[in-house]
Structure formats: structure tokens, C-alpha cells
Design a protein around this ligand. Structure first.
Ligand SMILES: *Cc1c(COP(=O)(O)O)cnc(C)c1O
Length: 437
């Protein structure tokens, strides 16, 4: 006969060894994005409205989204693009970054941060990140500047704004363009100012997993300067000048692409934008309560918020410190692998996100580029990557993605916290697994 004591023992046994998982099945998937009838109606209105092309004269879902996002960011201009990567390359191109230039990017980011300069024929130069904020380390940026440096691309990684005061000072001192990669940081602030308004131009992604999603792919460029916005619009549409009230003349004035956003994608995001603040507030509460429970666990380093900023919590990255956990001599990767395995068995959906630093990616070690080695071939050899901290972070950390974005994820996050606490009650097992891995 099963007694309460048996149940208790089964619950306390690690799920990896036959115990009851801390996270019940029904809490393992929380939907993101949340799709409501309002979103469905918004998309259907576009389909029925006959304005599917994004460059038609007069207001479209695309121009509505551009206006609303510019106002939210407190800047004069927003130019919508087909995705976050084209938003980045369009921003760089509009600022005149191109062949023969170097762009300083962080060693720890999503690959697109370093691909966008290459798409512009510029050479990415890798600077290291700060071990606490995971954003560009200003001292490393300063050390990577050469006579060819044209821009700093600051990534607000995981939703934490980069140190824009220190980076803007470096940019000013050296006459560099300052571009924000805000793909993970919609709604975050730096000293009261929204991301998207902190550099010469900024790029956002509306990709379906991001904090402000569309039902597929999309991007937004924001900037204060009218001529930068004008160039971005031309680059987005074949180098043409589109003038409201005048027929399109099909004249290409400069090298352009087709980076336009579809009206359906824009309408979906506009509808999501109506609920963005409510979702954001719920997320702040849910994540705060989750991190409060993890913080006391020895050797688990929870993300912090840089003073004077607000964090969008796109990704939660947790570092592991074996010494602080009382596991002296256990290697960081071994500790990470053991915790990863035990948490996954408990139903906690942790993952690594990146498995290598950006400069270690083949595209940057092999430098095939455009087939003939450009933009590296024929260019001066860029400074060697700075990536010591980025490497350590990748080695000793695990992330939570997507699941916590849903405003109703609070309950799931509490069960995840149960899973962490349970694994931390079995650090002896963690030590054995870490040594064996
Ligand atoms: C997602 C992302 C991008 C690229 O956005 P896409 O819309 O996927 O092209 C760029 N930078 C960072 C930091 C991202 O997370």
C-alpha cells in the first residue's frame, strides 16, 4: 500500500533516477507568442483591406507600426524591414558603413550581430563582454579600435541594455557610428531612455520568438536623423525614392535590396503591441519571483540588472560557480553538464543557446565570405578577437528561453524553481555526475 511517506520519498528522489519530476507535464509548454482573436482579426482585416503591399500611398499597417514604434522609442523615425538581420544591415548601410570598414561587435551574441557587418562588406572585430551584464565591455572595445573602425554595434543581449554611456563616449571620441542591436530588448530602458533611441540607429527583430513578435519574420530600424531614415527607406526598396502622393518612378539612386515588411506581419505586431505593456509587467513580476527563489542557491549566479537600467528578460542566463557551490575541483563544463541533465529530467527546459563564441563560428574562422574571401581578403588583418569572458560564460552557463515570456508563466517558473532547489539538495550527486562526464 502506498503511503504518504512513499510519495514523499519518490518526490524527493531525482527524476533522473526514477523520482517524480518537479515540473508536471502540463506546465512544460507555455505558448509564445500568445495569439488572441484580436490578432486574428487584425490579420484578416489586412487580407480583406486590399493594401497588402507595404509601399502604397497613405496609411498601411506597415506605416502605422512604424509610427507607433518610433513614438514608443521617442525617436522621429522608424523603418520596418523584413527581419532583424536586414534591420541591422540596413542601419549600418544607412550610416555609411561598408567596404574597408571594421565594426566592433561582442564575442557573445546571436550570429546575426556579426553577420550583418559582413553583409555590408565590413569586417567584424570581436570585443569581449562584461561577465555580469553579458554586454560589450567598454575597455575591450577601446582596445579593439583601429584606423579602420567605423562603428560600434552594441547588443542589448538577453534584454539588458549595454553600457551606452561608456560606449557612446568612446564612439564620440573616435568619431564612430553607434548602432544598437535591440533584437532582444524591446521596451528596455537605459537611464530612463528607451533602447532604440540611444545610438545613431537601432535594429529590432520581430521574429516570432522575440518579446514583440510577429507571426513569422520582421524587423524595425529606429533613428533620430531624417537623412539616415531616408537612406534606410531607399536601401529597403531597390534604392528608390518613394514619395507619398506621387507615382512610383522605378529609378534606383543607390544600392538597394528588397527588405520590405509584409502588411500582414505588421498588422499582427500592431495587435501584439496593444498588449505589450501588460505582458511586460507580468513578465517582470514572474521573473523577479523566480530569480528570488534561485538567488539563495550557492553557486547559482542569477542575472542582475545594471543600475539605472531596466531589463526586458528575453533570455534568462544562469552561470554556475562550482567553488561557491562547495564543489571544489569540479570543472565548469562538468558542473554545467550535470546540472543540465538533472534539470532536464525534472522537466526544467534549460538549454545552452550558443555552444561557441561568435569568433569561433566557422564563418569567421574559415572566412570564405563572398566566395573569394571578401570582406577579409585584401583588407588589413583585424585585431585578434577578445573572447576570454565570452568563452567562460558559454562554458559555465545555462539559459531559459521563450517559456517565461508568456504572461501566465508564473506558475511554471515556480515549478522550475522547485526543480532547481531539488537538484541543489543533491549536490553530492551533481559532484559524481560532473566527475564522470
Ligand atoms: C534574433 C536576433 C537578431 C536577428 O533577428 P532576425 O529577425 O532573426 O533576423 C539579431 N541580433 C540578435 C541579438 C538577435 O537575438
Amino acid at each position: 500500500m502506498s503511503t504518504g511517506e512513499d510519495t514523499g520519498r519518490r518526490q524527493e528522489r531525482l527524476a533522473a533516477f526514477g523520482g517524480t519530476p518537479a515540473v508536471p507535464r502540463e506546465l512544460r509548454t507555455t505558448a509564445w507568442p500568445v495569439v488572441t482573436d484580436a490578432d486574428r482579426d487584425a490579420v484578416l482585416r489586412v487580407l480583406d483591406g486590399g493594401r497588402l503591399v507595404s509601399d502604397t500611398n497613405g496609411a498601411t499597417a506597415v506605416s502605422d507600426l512604424e509610427e507607433r514604434w518610433a513614438a514608443r522609442c521617442g525617436v522621429a523615425h522608424c523603418v520596418a524591414t523584413s527581419n532583424g538581420t536586414t534591420a541591422l544591415s540596413t542601419a549600418l548601410a544607412a550610416l555609411g558603413v561598408g567596404s574597408g570598414d571594421e565594426v566592433i561587435v561582442p564575442s557573445l551574441s546571436f550570429i546575426a550581430s556579426a553577420l550583418a557587418p559582413v553583409h555590408q562588406m565590413a569586417v567584424p572585430v570581436f570585443a569581449d563582454v562584461d561577465p555580469g551584464s553579458f554586454t560589450l565591455d567598454p575597455a575591450s572595445v577601446r582596445a579593439q579600435i583601429t584606423p579602420r573602425t567605423a562603428a560600434i554595434l552594441a547588443v542589448h543581449l538577453h534584454g539588458q541594455p549595454a553600457d551606452m554611456d561608456a560606449l557612446a563616449a568612446i564612439a564620440r571620441e573616435h568619431g564612430l557610428a553607434m548602432v544598437e542591436d535591440a533584437a532582444q530588448a524591446h521596451g528596455a530602458h537605459w537611464h530612463g531612455r528607451p533602447v532604440g533611441s540611444l545610438g545613431d540607429a537601432a535594429a529590432f527583430s520581430l521574429q516570432v520568438t522575440k518579446n514583440l513578435p510577429t507571426c513569422g519574420e520582421g524587423g524595425l530600424v529606429t533613428c533620430a536623423d531624417e537623412s539616415v531614415a531616408e537612406r534606410a527607406r531607399m536601401i529597403r526598396q531597390f534604392g528608390e525614392v518613394i514619395t507619398p502622393g506621387r507615382d512610383r518612378d522605378y529609378v534606383s539612386h543607390l544600392l538597394g535590396w528588397n527588405h520590405k515588411l509584409s502588411a500582414v506581419q505588421a498588422a499582427f505586431t500592431l495587435s501584439q503591441l496593444d498588449r505589450f505593456d501588460a505582458y511586460e509587467q507580468a513578465r517582470q513580476r514572474n521573473v523577479a519571483a523566480f530569480l528570488d527563489r534561485l538567488r539563495p542557491l550557492p553557486g547559482l549566479v542569477v542575472p542582475t540588472v545594471t543600475p539605472g537600467s531596466s531589463h526586458a528578460w528575453h533570455i534568462l542566463r544562469l552561470r554556475l560557480d562550482a567553488t561557491a557551490a562547495g564543489l571544489d575541483g569540479v570543472q565548469p563544463a562538468g558542473f554545467r553538464r550535470a546540472v543540465h541533465r538533472l534539470l532536464r529530467a525534472e522537466g526544467v527546459p534549460v538549454s545552452r543557446y550558443q555552444v561557441m563564441t561568435l569568433p569561433d563560428q566557422k564563418v569567421f574562422t574559415e572566412r570564405t565570405g563572398f566566395g573569394d574571401g571578401r570582406p577579409w581578403a585584401g583588407a588589413a588583418e583585424p585585431p585578434a578577437p577578445h573572447d576570454t569572458v565570452a568563452r567562460a560564460v558559454i562554458e559555465d552557463s545555462l539559459t531559459l528561453q521563450k517559456r517565461h515570456l508568456n504572461p501566465d508563466a508564473g506558475e511554471a517558473l515556480q515549478r522550475y524553481a522547485d526543480g532547481f532547489e531539488k537538484v541543489w539538495r543533491h549536490l553530492d550527486t551533481v559532484r559524481h555526475l560532473a566527475a564522470a562526464s
